[in-house]
Write a protein that binds this ligand. Structure first.
Ligand code: ZN
Ligand code: ZN
Length: 414
């Protein structure tokens, strides 16, 4: 097996850097690598774009996270907070419902009807009158923090005034303008102002939350059946989303691979060296992301969950054994991919058969005369001794051309 892999790599690299087994010059190699990088970047950009074509769970259920957050909160202010979140300035007169709906325009799939209803309730709350209420609340909150700030300043001064008194200094010498008594008065006045503002804020909040449009929105939010349905659908969508993305990425790669494969096989049959080389590079570039995606799917996709579930029921608590299974499974998949490559593309035997029929050199594909033992172009030795009749016969061909004995061509590599 190790030998097989080593041969695969050496074939792989000699094929990637030579035309008809003649090594490429350095300039061509550099040009080829630049082309490879350019195409690779584009393939990954395309994969990234196509993976976002199908609507994501967050786009299909845009209300879910806010709703779930609301239901899990226990603060008394949560009703006001969620009503306030519906109030925002409309940009280009686009309502929340329209914003949610826009996800359908550039994506496959539908936005949840319940979430559109949710947005519709929010849009009914979002009127100038209600916006005015929140603006008032914000103003009053700003005033409260202003008073608190000035109280903090007074306290800082008040403490130092006290300290000066203790130290026995006269009032005139003090750098503080505010006397202790005056400071105390202002402090009390500010505290009264703060509690009035806080009461006003609380009244305004109640006013907003008890508006009919707010009441119907909150009733909708508390309805268990609405939320449970959205939650179940969201979780199902999140479960399938990676697999759907992967399926679209496969759809993107498979036609590219097929075209590159067709061109490559055609060019090889006709011995079009340069086209065969470039299509070979394209093939490898398209295959790389495909292999990456296959491994990603094995590790994170639905298949992984499936295997994981089966193994965890069989193995119970010994979940580390799942890693053992994967460590065994992934090399097997990798080996399978290498075998496929060997069979379909790096098929030296099929290439040798074609070249012998064409009376070309088995190694460099240049025309040679029949019975030339060595290629005059590349010096490659074309024959092998038959183990049965000991005459010279073609390398890689399945039968001796003197006695017809079967040759195991896998041992034919000189
Ligand atoms: Zn040759
Ligand atoms: Zn023979």
């Amino acid at each position: 097996m190790l030998n097989k892999i080593r041969r695969f790599w050496s074939q792989f690299f000699s094929k990637s850097g030579s035309i008809n087994n003649q090594p490429l010059n350095k300039v061509s190699l550099v040009v080829l690598i630049v082309i490879d990088i350019f195409i690779l970047v584009n393939v990954f950009t395309g994969l990234n774009d196509i993976s976002r074509w199908y609507i994501s769970p967050l786009q299909a259920y845009p209300c879910y996270s806010q709703w779930q957050n609301y239901r899990s909160q226990t603060t008394t202010d949560k009703d006001y907070e969620i009503v306030r979140s519906s109030l925002f300035n409309l940009i280009n007169q686009t309502t929340q419902e329209q914003i949610y709906q826009q996800a359908e325009e550039r994506h496959l799939g539908k936005v949840s009807q319940t979430c559109l209803q949710y947005a519709n309730y929010q849009d009914q709350i979002n009127i100038p009158q209600n916006q005015q209420i929140t603006q008032n609340i914000e103003q009053k909150q700003a005033q409260v923090s202003q008073f608190e700030q000035s109280n903090n300043n007074i306290r800082a001064q008040y403490d130092s005034t006290l300290l000066e008194k203790i130290a026995g200094q006269s009032r005139e010498q003090s750098i503080n303008v505010v006397g202790a008594e005056k400071a105390k008065q202002e402090l009390d006045q500010n505290n009264r102002r703060i509690s009035t503002r806080k009461q006003e804020i609380s009244n305004l909040k109640t006013q907003l939350v008890t508006k009919p449009e707010s009441v119907s929105f909150l009733a909708f939010l508390q309805e268990d059946s609405n939320f449970n349905q959205v939650e179940a659908n969201y979780q199902q969508a999140s479960f399938w989303y990676p697999s759907i993305q992967l399926a679209f990425q496969f759809l993107f790669l498979v036609p590219l691979i097929l075209v590159a494969l067709l061109v490559h096989n055609f060019a090889q049959r006709r011995e079009y060296g340069l086209i065969s080389l470039i299509s070979w590079h394209l093939l490898v570039i398209f295959f790389l992301p495909l292999i990456l995606k296959i491994f990603e799917f094995l590790q994170f996709g639905v298949l992984f969950r499936f295997i994981f579930d089966i193994l965890s029921t069989i193995l119970g608590g010994l979940l580390f054994l799942v890693s053992y299974v994967y460590i065994l499974l992934i090399p097997v998949v990798g080996f399978g991919i290498i075998q496929l490559f060997q069979k379909v593309i790096l098929n030296t035997k099929a290439q040798a058969v074609r070249r012998v029929q064409d009376s070309r050199c088995i190694n460099c594909a240049k025309k040679i005369r029949q019975h030339d033992t060595y290629c005059p172009h590349c010096g490659y030795y074309q024959y092998i001794e038959c183990p049965n009749c000991h005459n010279l016969t073609y390398k890689y061909l399945s039968h001796c051309h003197h006695c017809g004995t079967f040759q195991d061509s896998s041992h034919n590599h000189a």
